[in-house]
Design a protein around this ligand. Structure first.
Ligand code: ZN
Ligand code: ZN
Length: 342
Protein backbone atom coordinates (compact mmCIF):
# COMPACT_ATOMS: atom_id res chain seq x y z
CA UNK A 1 0.00 0.00 0.00
CA UNK A 2 0.98 3.64 -0.36
CA UNK A 3 1.63 6.00 2.52
CA UNK A 4 2.37 9.72 2.41
CA UNK A 5 5.59 10.79 4.10
CA UNK A 6 7.43 14.04 4.68
CA UNK A 7 10.73 12.99 3.16
CA UNK A 8 12.59 16.25 3.78
CA UNK A 9 11.47 19.78 4.69
CA UNK A 10 8.98 20.89 2.03
CA UNK A 11 8.99 17.51 0.24
CA UNK A 12 6.10 15.04 0.32
CA UNK A 13 6.23 11.65 -1.39
CA UNK A 14 4.05 8.57 -1.61
CA UNK A 15 6.03 5.43 -0.76
CA UNK A 16 5.13 1.75 -1.04
CA UNK A 17 5.10 -0.05 2.32
CA UNK A 18 3.64 -3.35 3.57
CA UNK A 19 -0.08 -3.13 4.34
CA UNK A 20 -0.54 -3.07 8.13
CA UNK A 21 -1.64 -6.34 9.71
CA UNK A 22 -4.77 -6.73 11.81
CA UNK A 23 -2.63 -7.59 14.80
CA UNK A 24 -5.12 -7.42 17.68
CA UNK A 25 -8.65 -8.78 18.22
CA UNK A 26 -9.73 -5.28 19.32
CA UNK A 27 -8.26 -3.66 16.20
CA UNK A 28 -9.50 -2.72 12.76
CA UNK A 29 -8.07 -1.84 9.37
CA UNK A 30 -9.59 1.25 7.79
CA UNK A 31 -9.15 3.03 4.47
CA UNK A 32 -9.27 6.85 4.57
CA UNK A 33 -11.64 8.26 1.93
CA UNK A 34 -11.52 11.95 2.97
CA UNK A 35 -8.33 13.12 4.71
CA UNK A 36 -7.94 16.74 5.77
CA UNK A 37 -4.81 18.73 6.49
CA UNK A 38 -4.60 19.87 10.10
CA UNK A 39 -3.41 23.45 10.57
CA UNK A 40 -0.23 21.96 12.03
CA UNK A 41 0.51 19.90 8.91
CA UNK A 42 1.96 22.66 6.77
CA UNK A 43 4.44 23.50 9.52
CA UNK A 44 5.23 19.79 9.98
CA UNK A 45 5.89 19.53 6.24
CA UNK A 46 8.04 22.67 6.25
CA UNK A 47 10.18 21.28 9.06
CA UNK A 48 9.14 24.21 11.26
CA UNK A 49 8.36 22.08 14.34
CA UNK A 50 10.40 19.98 16.77
CA UNK A 51 9.50 16.93 14.61
CA UNK A 52 12.11 16.38 11.96
CA UNK A 53 11.52 14.40 8.74
CA UNK A 54 11.28 11.74 7.52
CA UNK A 55 7.92 10.72 9.02
CA UNK A 56 4.40 9.67 7.98
CA UNK A 57 1.89 12.52 7.93
CA UNK A 58 -1.90 12.93 8.32
CA UNK A 59 -4.14 12.88 11.39
CA UNK A 60 -7.64 13.91 10.27
CA UNK A 61 -9.92 11.65 8.24
CA UNK A 62 -13.14 9.84 7.59
CA UNK A 63 -12.46 6.24 6.61
CA UNK A 64 -14.30 3.12 5.49
CA UNK A 65 -13.83 0.03 7.64
CA UNK A 66 -12.11 -2.78 5.74
CA UNK A 67 -11.75 -5.48 8.37
CA UNK A 68 -12.33 -5.83 12.13
CA UNK A 69 -10.81 -8.09 14.78
CA UNK A 70 -12.80 -10.85 16.49
CA UNK A 71 -13.39 -8.77 19.65
CA UNK A 72 -14.81 -5.74 17.83
CA UNK A 73 -18.56 -5.47 18.43
CA UNK A 74 -19.73 -2.10 17.09
CA UNK A 75 -18.21 -2.03 13.61
CA UNK A 76 -18.21 -4.00 10.39
CA UNK A 77 -16.72 -3.82 6.92
CA UNK A 78 -18.18 -0.93 4.95
CA UNK A 79 -18.98 1.34 7.90
CA UNK A 80 -17.94 4.99 7.56
CA UNK A 81 -16.15 6.35 10.61
CA UNK A 82 -14.33 9.37 11.96
CA UNK A 83 -10.82 8.41 13.10
CA UNK A 84 -9.51 10.50 16.05
CA UNK A 85 -5.92 11.73 15.78
CA UNK A 86 -4.90 10.27 19.14
CA UNK A 87 -4.52 6.57 19.92
CA UNK A 88 -6.60 5.70 23.00
CA UNK A 89 -7.82 2.47 24.58
CA UNK A 90 -11.12 3.59 26.08
CA UNK A 91 -10.62 1.55 29.24
CA UNK A 92 -7.73 3.03 31.24
CA UNK A 93 -8.40 5.51 34.04
CA UNK A 94 -7.54 8.52 31.87
CA UNK A 95 -9.74 7.37 28.99
CA UNK A 96 -12.65 6.65 31.34
CA UNK A 97 -12.28 10.22 32.66
CA UNK A 98 -12.54 11.57 29.12
CA UNK A 99 -8.84 12.39 28.88
CA UNK A 100 -8.13 10.20 25.87
CA UNK A 101 -5.14 12.34 24.95
CA UNK A 102 -3.46 11.04 28.11
CA UNK A 103 -4.27 7.33 27.52
CA UNK A 104 -1.87 5.22 29.57
CA UNK A 105 -2.22 2.00 27.54
CA UNK A 106 0.03 3.38 24.80
CA UNK A 107 3.19 5.47 24.70
CA UNK A 108 2.88 9.14 25.62
CA UNK A 109 1.83 11.21 22.55
CA UNK A 110 0.94 8.07 20.54
CA UNK A 111 -0.93 9.51 17.57
CA UNK A 112 -1.30 9.36 13.80
CA UNK A 113 0.83 11.52 11.56
CA UNK A 114 3.34 12.80 14.09
CA UNK A 115 6.68 11.14 14.92
CA UNK A 116 6.03 10.88 18.67
CA UNK A 117 4.96 7.93 20.77
CA UNK A 118 5.79 5.36 18.11
CA UNK A 119 4.87 5.09 14.44
CA UNK A 120 1.10 4.59 14.04
CA UNK A 121 1.02 5.57 10.39
CA UNK A 122 -0.73 8.57 8.90
CA UNK A 123 -4.31 9.26 7.91
CA UNK A 124 -3.50 10.15 4.29
CA UNK A 125 -2.29 6.55 3.87
CA UNK A 126 -4.18 3.90 1.91
CA UNK A 127 -4.73 1.58 4.88
CA UNK A 128 -4.48 2.43 8.59
CA UNK A 129 -4.42 0.16 11.61
CA UNK A 130 -6.66 1.22 14.51
CA UNK A 131 -5.66 -0.74 17.64
CA UNK A 132 -8.79 -0.05 19.72
CA UNK A 133 -11.55 0.10 17.14
CA UNK A 134 -14.66 0.15 19.37
CA UNK A 135 -13.13 2.80 21.65
CA UNK A 136 -11.71 5.08 18.98
CA UNK A 137 -13.86 5.00 15.85
CA UNK A 138 -17.08 7.01 15.63
CA UNK A 139 -19.83 6.13 13.12
CA UNK A 140 -20.81 8.84 10.68
CA UNK A 141 -24.54 9.67 10.79
CA UNK A 142 -26.22 8.22 7.66
CA UNK A 143 -25.99 10.56 4.70
CA UNK A 144 -23.36 12.86 6.15
CA UNK A 145 -20.83 14.01 3.55
CA UNK A 146 -17.44 12.47 4.52
CA UNK A 147 -15.64 15.53 3.13
CA UNK A 148 -17.54 17.83 5.50
CA UNK A 149 -16.72 15.58 8.46
CA UNK A 150 -13.05 14.95 7.67
CA UNK A 151 -11.76 17.43 10.23
CA UNK A 152 -13.78 16.05 13.15
CA UNK A 153 -10.67 14.00 13.99
CA UNK A 154 -8.95 17.13 15.30
CA UNK A 155 -9.39 20.79 14.24
CA UNK A 156 -13.19 20.87 14.08
CA UNK A 157 -13.65 19.14 17.42
CA UNK A 158 -10.91 21.25 18.98
CA UNK A 159 -12.84 24.35 17.89
CA UNK A 160 -16.04 22.94 19.44
CA UNK A 161 -14.45 22.17 22.81
CA UNK A 162 -12.59 25.51 22.90
CA UNK A 163 -15.86 27.40 22.54
CA UNK A 164 -18.67 25.24 23.96
CA UNK A 165 -16.95 24.37 27.25
CA UNK A 166 -16.40 27.98 28.45
CA UNK A 167 -19.68 29.16 26.91
CA UNK A 168 -21.69 26.58 28.87
CA UNK A 169 -21.35 28.78 31.97
CA UNK A 170 -21.37 32.18 30.23
CA UNK A 171 -24.76 33.35 28.95
CA UNK A 172 -24.90 35.83 26.07
CA UNK A 173 -21.11 35.91 26.01
CA UNK A 174 -19.02 38.30 23.97
CA UNK A 175 -16.50 36.18 22.04
CA UNK A 176 -13.27 37.18 20.34
CA UNK A 177 -11.58 34.73 17.98
CA UNK A 178 -7.96 35.59 17.23
CA UNK A 179 -7.30 33.88 13.90
CA UNK A 180 -4.06 33.26 12.09
CA UNK A 181 -3.81 29.58 11.21
CA UNK A 182 -5.45 28.12 8.11
CA UNK A 183 -8.80 26.93 9.47
CA UNK A 184 -9.01 26.84 13.28
CA UNK A 185 -10.18 30.44 13.74
CA UNK A 186 -12.91 30.10 11.09
CA UNK A 187 -14.10 26.84 12.64
CA UNK A 188 -14.06 28.47 16.09
CA UNK A 189 -16.30 31.28 14.83
CA UNK A 190 -18.81 28.70 13.60
CA UNK A 191 -18.65 26.71 16.80
CA UNK A 192 -19.05 29.83 18.98
CA UNK A 193 -22.22 30.66 17.06
CA UNK A 194 -23.42 27.03 17.37
CA UNK A 195 -22.69 27.08 21.11
CA UNK A 196 -24.89 30.15 21.63
CA UNK A 197 -22.45 33.06 21.87
CA UNK A 198 -24.03 36.51 22.21
CA UNK A 199 -21.64 38.00 19.65
CA UNK A 200 -18.46 36.91 17.86
CA UNK A 201 -15.66 39.23 16.74
CA UNK A 202 -12.80 37.97 14.59
CA UNK A 203 -9.30 39.46 14.63
CA UNK A 204 -6.84 38.57 11.87
CA UNK A 205 -4.54 40.52 9.56
CA UNK A 206 -5.46 38.29 6.61
CA UNK A 207 -8.27 39.65 4.36
CA UNK A 208 -9.14 36.25 2.91
CA UNK A 209 -9.72 34.63 6.29
CA UNK A 210 -11.59 37.71 7.54
CA UNK A 211 -13.97 37.25 4.60
CA UNK A 212 -14.53 33.59 5.54
CA UNK A 213 -15.10 34.52 9.20
CA UNK A 214 -17.68 37.13 8.19
CA UNK A 215 -19.57 34.51 6.14
CA UNK A 216 -19.61 32.35 9.28
CA UNK A 217 -21.26 35.07 11.35
CA UNK A 218 -18.40 37.09 12.87
CA UNK A 219 -17.92 40.86 13.00
CA UNK A 220 -14.56 41.49 11.38
CA UNK A 221 -14.22 45.30 11.46
CA UNK A 222 -11.62 45.31 14.24
CA UNK A 223 -7.86 45.42 13.85
CA UNK A 224 -4.73 44.93 15.93
CA UNK A 225 -4.69 48.71 16.55
CA UNK A 226 -8.21 48.60 18.06
CA UNK A 227 -8.54 48.92 21.81
CA UNK A 228 -10.02 45.55 22.76
CA UNK A 229 -8.94 45.51 26.39
CA UNK A 230 -11.27 43.80 28.87
CA UNK A 231 -14.11 43.46 26.35
CA UNK A 232 -14.59 39.71 25.94
CA UNK A 233 -15.93 36.87 28.09
CA UNK A 234 -14.28 34.27 25.85
CA UNK A 235 -11.19 34.62 23.70
CA UNK A 236 -10.22 31.77 21.38
CA UNK A 237 -6.58 32.07 20.42
CA UNK A 238 -6.18 30.26 17.10
CA UNK A 239 -2.94 31.97 16.20
CA UNK A 240 0.70 30.97 16.17
CA UNK A 241 1.81 34.57 16.79
CA UNK A 242 2.89 35.39 20.34
CA UNK A 243 1.85 39.05 20.00
CA UNK A 244 -1.63 38.08 18.87
CA UNK A 245 -2.06 35.74 21.84
CA UNK A 246 -0.91 38.57 24.11
CA UNK A 247 -3.51 40.90 22.57
CA UNK A 248 -6.16 38.24 23.14
CA UNK A 249 -5.25 37.79 26.79
CA UNK A 250 -5.48 41.54 27.40
CA UNK A 251 -8.92 41.47 25.76
CA UNK A 252 -10.37 39.22 28.49
CA UNK A 253 -13.06 40.79 30.65
CA UNK A 254 -13.13 40.03 34.38
CA UNK A 255 -14.00 36.36 34.89
CA UNK A 256 -13.19 35.60 31.25
CA UNK A 257 -11.72 32.50 29.68
CA UNK A 258 -9.07 32.17 26.97
CA UNK A 259 -8.92 28.89 25.04
CA UNK A 260 -5.52 28.70 23.38
CA UNK A 261 -5.73 26.19 20.50
CA UNK A 262 -3.14 27.63 18.13
CA UNK A 263 0.19 25.90 18.67
CA UNK A 264 3.04 28.21 19.71
CA UNK A 265 6.34 26.38 20.08
CA UNK A 266 8.14 29.22 21.83
CA UNK A 267 7.44 30.39 25.41
CA UNK A 268 5.18 33.39 24.82
CA UNK A 269 4.88 36.48 27.02
CA UNK A 270 1.83 36.11 29.29
CA UNK A 271 0.41 39.24 31.02
CA UNK A 272 -0.07 37.30 34.25
CA UNK A 273 -0.55 40.13 36.75
CA UNK A 274 -3.34 41.76 34.75
CA UNK A 275 -4.92 38.34 34.35
CA UNK A 276 -4.64 37.75 38.08
CA UNK A 277 -6.47 40.98 38.83
CA UNK A 278 -9.29 40.02 36.48
CA UNK A 279 -9.62 36.43 37.73
CA UNK A 280 -9.36 34.94 34.24
CA UNK A 281 -8.67 31.41 33.07
CA UNK A 282 -6.27 30.29 30.36
CA UNK A 283 -6.72 26.78 28.98
CA UNK A 284 -4.28 25.30 26.50
CA UNK A 285 -5.24 22.25 24.56
CA UNK A 286 -4.54 19.69 22.66
CA UNK A 287 -7.98 18.61 23.86
CA UNK A 288 -9.18 15.02 24.11
CA UNK A 289 -11.30 14.99 20.99
CA UNK A 290 -12.66 11.43 21.04
CA UNK A 291 -15.50 11.95 23.59
CA UNK A 292 -16.72 15.04 21.67
CA UNK A 293 -16.68 13.69 18.09
CA UNK A 294 -20.28 12.32 18.19
CA UNK A 295 -21.63 15.77 19.14
CA UNK A 296 -19.54 17.44 16.45
CA UNK A 297 -20.79 15.02 13.77
CA UNK A 298 -24.35 15.80 14.90
CA UNK A 299 -23.66 19.55 14.56
CA UNK A 300 -22.37 19.05 11.01
CA UNK A 301 -25.26 16.74 10.14
CA UNK A 302 -27.92 19.18 11.34
CA UNK A 303 -26.25 22.15 9.64
CA UNK A 304 -25.43 23.90 12.93
CA UNK A 305 -21.95 24.30 11.48
CA UNK A 306 -20.56 23.87 7.97
CA UNK A 307 -16.84 23.02 7.89
CA UNK A 308 -16.87 23.45 4.10
CA UNK A 309 -17.18 27.22 4.69
CA UNK A 310 -13.41 27.22 5.25
CA UNK A 311 -13.32 26.62 1.46
CA UNK A 312 -11.11 23.54 1.40
CA UNK A 313 -9.22 22.56 -1.75
CA UNK A 314 -10.33 19.03 -2.61
CA UNK A 315 -7.75 16.93 -4.44
CA UNK A 316 -6.90 13.36 -5.46
CA UNK A 317 -4.01 11.40 -3.97
CA UNK A 318 -1.92 12.13 -7.06
CA UNK A 319 -2.40 15.88 -6.56
CA UNK A 320 -1.83 15.72 -2.80
CA UNK A 321 1.96 16.05 -2.78
CA UNK A 322 1.73 19.45 -4.51
CA UNK A 323 -1.54 20.66 -2.98
CA UNK A 324 -0.52 20.07 0.63
CA UNK A 325 2.50 22.36 0.37
CA UNK A 326 0.51 25.29 -1.08
CA UNK A 327 -0.57 28.14 1.24
CA UNK A 328 -4.21 27.05 1.19
CA UNK A 329 -6.89 27.26 3.81
CA UNK A 330 -7.54 23.56 4.14
CA UNK A 331 -6.78 20.68 1.83
CA UNK A 332 -8.85 17.49 1.66
CA UNK A 333 -7.52 14.42 -0.13
CA UNK A 334 -10.21 12.05 -1.37
CA UNK A 335 -10.23 8.38 -2.41
CA UNK A 336 -12.92 6.22 -4.01
CA UNK A 337 -14.71 3.84 -1.66
CA UNK A 338 -14.09 0.16 -2.24
CA UNK A 339 -16.70 -1.17 0.23
CA UNK A 340 -20.41 -0.62 0.55
CA UNK A 341 -22.13 -0.88 3.89
CA UNK A 342 -24.37 -3.95 4.20
ZN1 ZN B 1 -3.71 18.52 14.37
ZN1 ZN C 1 -6.66 4.62 27.62
Amino acid sequence: MKELIVKAPGKLVWVGVPTPALSSPAGALVRPIASASCDLDRRLIAGATPFKPPFVIGHECVAEVLEVGSAVSTLKRGDLVSVPWKISCGTCKQCLSGRTTACTSVAKYAAYGVPAGGNWGGLFSEVVYVPFADAMLVHLPPGLNPIAAASASDNLTDAWVATSRPLASREDARVLVVGGTESLGILAVQMAVAAGAGSVDYLDSDDYRRGLAERCGAHVDIGFASDLNERYDLVVSATREQQALHKGLLALAPGGHCSCIGIIFEDPRIPLFGMYMRDVTLSVGGCSVRPHIPKVLELVNTGACDPLLVSPTIVSCVEATEALIQPLAKCIVVRERITQSA
